[in-house]
Design a protein around this ligand. Structure first.
Ligand SMILES: O=c1ccn([C@@H]2O[C@H](COP(=O)(O)OP(=O)(O)O[C@H]3O[C@H](CO)[C@H](O)[C@H](O)[C@H]3O)[C@@H](O)[C@H]2O)c(=O)[nH]1
Length: 616
């Protein structure tokens, strides 16, 4: 830090007179001697971008000097972490805020239509062969989890990847993701003749909100069996908040020497990957695919093998996973956009933009269901599979910058003031927007029961979801695992009892038998079919935990709780009639603070009365 004397010299050297009317807000002028030359440059930048208010409250030198210096440390970080620096950020913000105020449609000139993509049916021959193709490709893949989000809508205090995916085993999302990647690695390697030492890389994008807890979760669980060198953490920086339509930066309400910041969105992942150097490394070691996914979709890995199979067999540069979408559901719609000048693109139109776009282009009902009971636009679940070569070529041009948007909440229709500060955001699924028309952009649709069950909404909001639309809550997220596993076993020939309907935290859900397995057991449908025989049955009140790769089920009739553990490659056949009191489901009110938060948000817990545990 420059001494007072140095600062004054620096000021003089930079030719700053200390005058210039409003340019040098008086409180800043008085503090100039405190600043190092690079800080003076940053101050000039801020003033030239209309940010003199940031200094209005600064006291005389000698008071809060450390805080003033910390302020410039933060400005320096904000300036270096945004492509083009803070000046670009403020200019982009001013333009986007003006467009928003004017009600400008970001899709001006485009008309939407329903695109065609690959529609897969679980368990048919095409699905099975795509799964096999996907497993074969998996050893050329790298996975990227975007997990920098706060999960504001869920309101959970911890990080979302640490939440149990289901509470029968209690395994968290991150453990399930890692075990799934390792299972893919193992299965894919098995298909190679000779030795295969492939380690599938796994990147986690964190933010200041999630980084420390994510690292702690990994380290305290020995990376859930993954080699630490396989895992790369990339932390995204937040961006400055905007207080008004002039893009004046907002000060932190709790610290007037700090600019308030918020996450910039999952779109940051492309710029971070670009600057990390990982892509070159991956390409040079034979990687072909980069798979992006989100923090809480416990069904996702049911869809990965076949979707990767689609990418490989269709030669897609970009493949987005989708599920049938209910109108107004909070997932973007995959849409074909045709511009008046003839350009077309297939892209996600975010859920808050689809309705206005449709209304503005001759669809008076806006975002509505069609005769199928679903929106005609497939719902984007934000699982993207990018082919690494074309991806790297594109990033060479864009450096990973993704088109941004702003979403201010105005106090009234004059759109002159915001309810709270806003910021620019970007989304990873907007990546195809800059691609040339020659790019092969496709999508793959699967049933939601198989592929999509996120945990995003808190109990109160979930209970208000229109009837028939998915809740996207901790309750529905867990119940969806049991339903999917039950349906998969049914398809494999087992007799799985029908569900009962119950209501937890105000949400009516189907309660299927609580069946779970480790990814090594049932990575693809062919594996499940080979291990389950049709003469087996599971009653509705049962729980079945399959915890071993080579466990087979033959002639089992289960009415109660059964946990089967078999180590490594040990073979074990589960058979016979097993009956016990089992685990009953106990309702928990989400306001009951005597329960743990992860239990309260799902509205139930298991009362473990009796079980049979087999260890082999
Ligand atoms: O700055 C951020 C913001 C979010 N995330 C991560 O991005 C993912 C998605 O965040 P949200 O769950 O908040 O996303 P939304 O529900 O708003 O919407 C996104 O997910 C939906 C499907 O779940 C749809 O695909 C939609 O089009 C897409 O934008 C999460 O893993 C979150 O941790 C970050 O890493 N950094």
């Amino acid at each position: 830090m420059a001494s007072d004397g140095d600062g004054a010299a620096a000021v003089a050297a930079l030719g700053i007179s200390g005058g210039g009317g409003d340019d040098w807000a008086p409180p800043l002028r008085r503090n100039l001697p405190l600043l190092a030359p690079h800080e003076v440059e940053l101050a000039k930048l801020l003033l030239s971008e209309g940010q003199s208010h940031l200094f209005e409250h600064w006291p005389e030198p000698g008071v809060d000097d450390d805080k003033k210096r910390n302020f410039f440390d933060q400005v320096c970080r904000l300036n270096s972490s945004y492509p083009g620096g803070l000046a670009s950020y403020i200019q982009n913000a001013r333009k986007l805020l003006a467009d928003s105020k004017a009600g400008k449609n970001p899709y001006d000139g485009f008309s939407p239509s329903v695109p065609s993509g690959e529609v897969l049916t679980f368990g048919d021959d095409n699905f099975v062969s795509l799964e096999e193709a996907g497993v074969k490709e998996a050893r050329h893949a790298a996975f990227v989890l975007v997990a920098g989000g706060l999960g504001e809508r869920l309101g959970y205090k911890g990080i979302k990847v640490a939440l149990p995916r289901e509470t029968t085993t209690g395994k968290c999302f991150l453990q399930h993701y890692i075990e799934s990647i390792l299972a893919l690695q193992e299965a894919s390697c098995k298909l190679v003749e000779g030795e295969c030492n492939t380690k599938i890389p796994f990147v986690i994008m964190t933010s200041d909100d999630t980084n420390a807890l994510t690292v702690k979760l990994l380290e305290s669980n020995s990376y859930f069996g993954m080699e630490p060198s396989q895992v790369h953490i990339l932390k995204q920086e937040k961006v400055a908040c905007l207080a008004d339509n002039d893009a004046r930066l907002a000060l932190d309400p709790n610290d007037k020497y700090k600019i308030q910041t918020k996450p910039h969105g999952h779109g940051d992942v492309h710029a971070l990957l670009y600057s990390s150097g990982l892509l070159e490394q991956w390409k040079s070691t034979g990687r072909k695919w980069v798979l992006f996914f989100q923090d809480t979709n416990g069904l996702l890995f049911n869809a990965i093998p076949s979707a990767l199979g689609v990418s490989a067999t269709k030669g897609y540069n970009v493949n987005s996973l989708a599920v049938p979408r209910k109108a107004k559901e909070a997932i973007g719609g995959i849409t074909k956009l045709t511009h008046v000048d003839g350009r077309t693109m297939v892209i996600n139109v975010e859920y808050n933009q689809l309705d206005p776009l449709l209304r503005a282009t001759g669809h008076p009902d806006g975002d509505a269901n069609c005769e199928t009971g679903y929106s005609p636009y497939p719902g984007n679940i934000n699982q993207l599979i990018l082919e690494i070569g074309p991806y790297m070529e594109e990033l060479q041009k864009t450096h990973g910058a993704i088109s941004e948007f702003v979403n201010p909440k105005y106090t009234d229709s004059t759109k002159t003031a915001f309810k709270s500060s806003t910021r620019l955001e970007c989304m990873m699924q907007d990546y195809p927007k800059t691609l040339p028309p020659s790019a092969k952009v496709g999508f793959t649709v699967m049933d939601a029961w198989l592929a999509y069950a996120p945990v995003k909404n808190n109990p109160e909001d979930a209970a208000k979801v229109p009837k028939g639309n998915p809740y996207h809550s901790a309750t529905s997220g867990e119940m969806a695992i049991y339903r999917a596993n039950s349906l998969i076993l049914r398809k494999a020939g087992a007799q799985i009892a029908d569900p009962v309907i119950d209501t937890f935290n105000g949400q009516e859900v189907e309660v299927w038998p609580r069946i779970t397995w480790i990814p090594r057991w049932g990575l693809i449908f062919k594996d499940v079919k080979a291990k389950v025989h049709s003469n087996s049955s599971v009653s509705q009140r049962s729980a079945l935990v399959i915890n071993g790769k080579n466990i087979t089920i033959q002639g089992l009739s289960l009415d109660g709780t059964l946990i089967v553990n078999a180590k490594d490659e040990a073979k074990f056949n589960v058979t016979g009639h097993i009956e016990n009191k089992g685990w009953t489901i106990q309702h928990v009110d989400h306001k009951d603070t005597s329960e743990k938060e992860e239990i309260r948000i799902r509205g139930f817990k298991f009362n473990k009365v009796e079980q049979l545990e087999l260890n082999y």
